[in-house]
Design a protein around this ligand. Structure first.
Ligand SMILES: [Fe+2]
Length: 278
């Protein structure tokens, strides 16, 4: 089986044609997917019909799928697969569902161990819009002025779960136990991707608070400035979901956010898993 690639966006988003993810994949097919993913940090496989077990198997190729921090959304059989949905257990639509995760972020940068990638599988999609947006943090780094590259290369970024200039967590009241469980963590402001070797601007406005050795206010301003730069149209892709899409993204090389623009009463049901490197 040979995969064909078809660009979806100008910069980011690559459709992979000719692969059915519902069964076991040959070593050569997996090599093709690995090669495509190393170059293209957002891959989309259309018309898939996958269950939680399929996500576990496919995700397991890239590392170890992790149980999500929010237990409430976990799949009953596979705790490393979660539902992303605005449909409650009683079938009613939560109109606030549109607002979740609509600030730019990368997942779990407030942990010491960073995830490698994540995937979403669309089971039900809104009648219009309701997309997910991605920003290419490799392209953003490459396009920074040289003076800024020099300024941030070698800096260590500080990260917290409930923080960052996006104020994504403004209404969230963290318990003392949660605060204790999520101390400040440190990651290079410029990461070198372990597979592609590309340099990545590694800050995000939902968890990055600043930089070691830089005044906190100035650090947060710099995070904001870098993130504003990275989310210009020229670095981003808006994915319009179709039922059956399996979209996987590189958690180091991209930021993402829900567009939050679907009709509020439309159902949206997805399966997700986040995969850590082995
Ligand atoms: Fe996320």
């Amino acid at each position: 089986m040979t995969a064909q690639l078809r660009p979806l966006g100008d910069r980011l988003g690559m459709e992979v044609l000719g692969i059915d993810l519902s069964g076991p994949l040959s070593a050569s097919t997996m090599q093709e997917i690995d090669a495509a993913f190393a170059q293209h940090p957002v891959l989309v496989f259309r018309d898939q019909r996958l269950g939680a077990a399929d996500l576990m198997r496919f995700g397991g190729h890239f590392g170890a799928p992790q149980p999500h921090i929010l237990k409430h959304y976990r799949h009953p059989e596979f705790d490393a697969v979660s539902y992303i949905t605005n449909v409650g257990a009683d079938g009613t639509i939560d109109p606030a569902g549109n607002d979740r995760a609509t600030a730019w972020h990368a997942d779990e940068t407030y942990n010491e161990k960073l995830p490698r990638m994540a995937m979403l599988h669309a089971l039900e999609v809104p009648t219009a819009r309701g997309g997910t947006m991605f920003a290419d943090m490799r392209a953003a780094f490459d396009a920074l002025p040289d003076t800024m590259k020099v300024r941030i290369d070698g800096l260590t970024g500080t990260h917290r779960r409930i923080a960052g200039p996006a104020r994504a967590w403004a209404l969230y009241r963290q318990t003392e136990a949660e605060a204790k469980a999520h101390p400040e963590r440190y990651h290079p402001a410029v990461l070198t991707h372990p597979i592609s070797g590309r340099k990545i601007l590694f800050v995000n406005p939902s968890h990055s608070t600043g930089f070691v050795g830089i005044d906190p206010d100035e650090g947060e301003r710099l995070v904001g400035e870098l993130c504003d730069f990275a989310v210009q149209d020229r670095f981003t892709y808006y994915h319009s979901w179709r039922v059956g899409d399996l979209l996987m993204w590189d958690e180091l090389a991209t930021m993402h956010r829900g567009a939050g623009d679907a009709p509020p009463q439309d159902r949206r049901v997805m399966l997700r898993t986040i995969v850590h490197p082995n």
